[in-house]
Ligand binder design. Structure first.
Ligand SMILES: Cc1ncc(COP(=O)(O)O)c(C=O)c1O
Length: 385
C-alpha cells in the first residue's frame, strides 16, 4: 500500500511553462496583449480555424454568449441537472430560466430524446455539457436546434480534447466554451475560451468581455494605440491575461502528449477493474473521450454500504477521489429558485449516488494507477454482499 497520498488531480506543469510565464512577466505586458492574441491564434489552428476568444473562464464565455444572443428575462434555456453550478448560474445571471432534462444513464450526458418534450415557445437555447469529456450526441442536438430554431451553447469545460465523428468539439457550428481551470486537460490556472461562429455575435462577446469598450481598445497603451475609447455596452471584466496565455500556449503544444497519457491510463484502469462490482465509463463509437474525469460507478446492489464508504476506504488507503457532480436539483438554492426537489431527475440522482471520480492525470504513473486499483479491490471485496 502507498505511504504517500495520491491526489485526485494534479496539473502537468514543467520548466517550459515556468519559463514562458517568466518571459511574459519580463515583457511588461502582463495583461491582455500580444501573447493572448497568439494563444487565440494557436487555439484557432487547433480547432481547424474556428474563431476563438480567450477569456477569464468558461463561465465568462457561456455568460457572454447568452447575453450576446439576447437571451434574458422571459426566455428558457434547456440544460442538464448533471453539471457544475456554472452551467446553470450563467442562465440565471442572464435573467433567463434554466429548464433541466434528465441524463443518458450510461454517459451522464443530457439525453437528447428527452429534450423535445421540454421545448416550448419560451425556449431559446440548449446548453449541453460534454460530461467528463465524453461528447454529447451532437447530431441529435443539432437536429433539434435546426428544427426549433434554437441556439446551442456547448459547455465544453471538459472537452478541449474531445472529438465527435472525427471532428473536434468546438467545430460543430455551435458556440462552445472551454475551461482552462487548474484541474482541466489544458490549464492556465484560471481561464477559458469561447468559439463564436457568428461574426456579429463574436464582436459583441469581445466587447462585453472588456467593459463594453469599442473594438481594439485593449491595445490603447501601445505605441500604435490611441487614448480614445468609447463604451458601446455595459460590459464585464472577463479578459484573459498574457501571463495566463503564455502558460496556455505551452500547454496547448503539450496537449497531444498529455491526452495520450490520459487515454492510456484510462484504459489501464478499465482493464484492471474487470470483475469488480463497478460500472466503468464507456467511450461510444465514433467519439474520442477527453478523459478529463474517470467517472466510475459503484454497483450498490452488490455491496454493503454506500459510495461514501468506498471514498473513505480509499482515503484511508492514501487514494484521493472526488465526486462529479452533486445534481443541480439537490442544491438548496436551485430548489428554492426553480421549485426543484429530490426525485425530479432520477437518472441523474442514481448516477450521483454511485459515482466516484478516480485519479486520472498525465503525471500519474502506471504504478499510481495500480495503487488505485489495489485500493478499490481491497475496499470492494471487503464490502461485497
Ligand atoms: C461542466 C462545467 N462547466 C463549467 C465549468 C466552469 O469552468 P470555469 O471555472 O472555467 O468557469 C466547470 C468547472 O469546473 C465545469 O465542470
Amino acid at each position: 500500500m502507498r505511504d504517500n497520498f495520491l491526489p485526485y488531480n494534479q496539473p502537468d506543469i514543467d520548466e517550459e511553462e515556468v519559463q514562458a510565464v517568466a518571459d511574459a512577466i519580463r515583457s511588461q505586458w502582463i495583461t491582455r496583449a500580444g501573447i493572448t492574441a497568439q494563444f487565440e491564434s494557436d487555439l484557432s489552428s487547433y480547432l481547424d480555424g474556428a474563431p476563438v476568444m480567450a477569456l477569464s473562464s468558461c463561465t465568462a464565455g457561456m455568460h457572454l454568449a447568452l447575453l450576446a444572443a439576447g437571451i434574458g428575462p422571459g426566455d428558457e434555456v434547456i440544460t442538464t441537472p448533471y453539471t457544475f453550478a456554472a452551467s446553470v448560474n450563467v442562465i440565471i445571471h442572464a435573467g433567463a430560466k434554466p429548464v433541466l432534462v434528465d441524463i443518458d444513464p450510461e454517459t451522464g450526458n443530457i439525453d437528447p430524446n428527452r429534450i423535445e418534450d421540454r421545448i416550448g415557445p419560451k425556449t431559446k437555447a440548449i446548453l449541453p455539457v460534454h460530461y467528463a469529456g465524453h461528447p454529447v450526441d451532437l447530431d441529435a442536438i443539432n437536429q433539434l436546434r435546426d428544427q426549433h430554431h434554437l441556439l446551442v451553447i456547448e459547455d465544453a469545460a471538459h472537452g478541449i480534447a474531445s472529438t465527435y465523428h472525427g471532428r473536434k468539439i468546438g467545430t460543430h457550428g455551435n458556440i462552445t466554451a472551454f475551461s482552462f481551470y487548474a484541474t482541466k486537460n489544458l490549464t492556465t490556472g484560471e481561464g477559458g475560451a469561447v468559439v463564436v461562429p457568428d461574426p456579429e455575435m463574436a464582436d459583441k462577446v469581445r466587447m462585453l468581455s472588456l467593459h463594453g469598450m469599442s473594438r481594439n481598445a485593449w491595445n490603447r497603451y501601445e505605441e500604435k494605440g490611441s487614448w480614445f475609447y468609447s463604451i458601446e455596452l455595459p460590459g464585464f471584466k472577463y479578459n484573459m491575461t498574457d501571463i495566463q496565455a503564455a502558460m496556455g500556449r505551452v500547454q496547448l503544444k503539450k496537449l497531444p502528449r498529455m491526452q495520450a497519457r490520459r487515454q492510456m491510463l484510462a484504459q489501464h484502469l478499465t482493464r484492471g477493474l474487470e470483475g469488480l462490482p463497478v460500472t466503468t465509463p464507456q467511450e461510444r463509437a465514433d467519439v474520442e473521450h477527453a478523459w478529463h474525469l474517470y467517472p466510475l460507478r459503484v454497483n450498490l446492489e452488490e455491496i454493503n454500504g454506500d459510495r461514501g464508504d468506498i471514498i473513505n476506504d480509499l482515503k484511508a488507503l492514501n487514494i484521493g477521489t472526488s465526486v462529479h457532480f452533486i445534481p443541480i436539483h439537490l442544491h438548496p438554492y436551485y430548489q428554492k429558485a426553480l421549485g426543484l426537489k429530490p426525485g425530479d431527475f432520477p437518472l441523474a440522482e442514481a448516477f450521483y449516488q454511485r459515482e466516484i471520480s478516480l485519479p486520472l492525470y498525465p503525471t500519474m504513473t502506471e504504478r499510481d494507477a495500480d495503487d488505485v486499483l489495489e485500493a478499490l479491490s481491497v475496499s470492494l471485496s471487503r464490502r461485497m454482499r
